[in-house]
Design a protein around this ligand. Structure first.
Ligand SMILES: Nc1nc2c(c(=O)[nH]1)N[C@H]1C(S)=C(S)[C@@H](COP(=O)(O)O)O[C@H]1N2
Ligand SMILES: [Mo]
Length: 197
């Protein structure tokens, strides 16, 4: 892999171009959790995708680790106005996970250990736009940041990136998840400032 980090030490104009409107750069990694950190060890961890026919695709930790693993370098943007540039992750692409999934439904509800949910259109998860990540910055993902594994959907506000993710359920309608029921935008594009509704 290459270690070219754009932005950090780059010219400030490039940095500014990577910051969506209303965002401020941080260099630490804030923790934002709506509740306590669930304890999930990899022995009991499972991840599933459930379709409208009840069809279920399920992976335990070992099966998951046997999938194609990708390195991802990306900027992340929280609706509370912080952004972090050039974050490095390892994980499995949603394209890989959806390869054998047959569904007519266009929406996904992500479910986490601990009960958190968030809704995302399926097309926002495919074509190299989302991963289930288990490493951050070369280390196993910290429990407080969603370890053992979390969803990352970096082109949407970071509340869509469900920590401690345990599964995705296909949905016919774009029903609101946890924060969306509490006033956050259904979609959450940081470049359009889709913060609240
Ligand atoms: N399960 C779960 N996932 C979650 C949250 C949460 O409270 N629970 N918070 C969301 C919000 S609002 C943000 S900004 C990011 C924060 O991730 P971090 O704590 O790793 O910075 O996780 C998102 N995913
Ligand atoms: Mo957030």
């Amino acid at each position: 892999m290459s270690f070219i980090t754009r932005g950090f030490s780059g010219r400030s104009r490039e940095r500014d171009e990577r910051l969506p409107p209303g965002q401020t750069l941080v260099h630490d990694f804030p923790v934002l959790s709506a509740g306590p950190t669930p304890e999930v060890d990899t022995e009991e961890w499972e991840f599933s995708i459930i379709t409208e026919t009840g069809g279920e695709h399920r992976w335990n930790w070992d099966e998951f680790m046997a999938l194609e693993i990708e390195e991802v370098e990306t900027d992340i943007h929280c609706v509370t106005h912080w952004s972090k540039l050039g974050t490095r992750w390892r994980g499995v692409s949603l394209d890989t996970l959806f390869a054998d999934v047959e569904t007519q439904y266009d929406f996904v509800m992500a479910h986490s250990y601990g009960g958190y949910t968030t809704n995302v259109p399926l097309e926002e998860l495919l074509d190299g736009k989302a991963w289930i990540a288990f490493e951050f910055d070369g280390e196993p993902l910290d429990p407080e940041h969603g370890g053992p594994a979390r969803l990352i959907v970096p082109h949407l506000y970071f509340w869509k990136s469900a920590k401690w993710v345990r599964g995705l359920v296909m949905q016919g309608d774009d029903e609101p998840g946890f924060w969306e029921q509490n006033g956050y935008h259904l979609h959450g594009d940081p470049w359009k400032e889709e913060r609240y509704w």
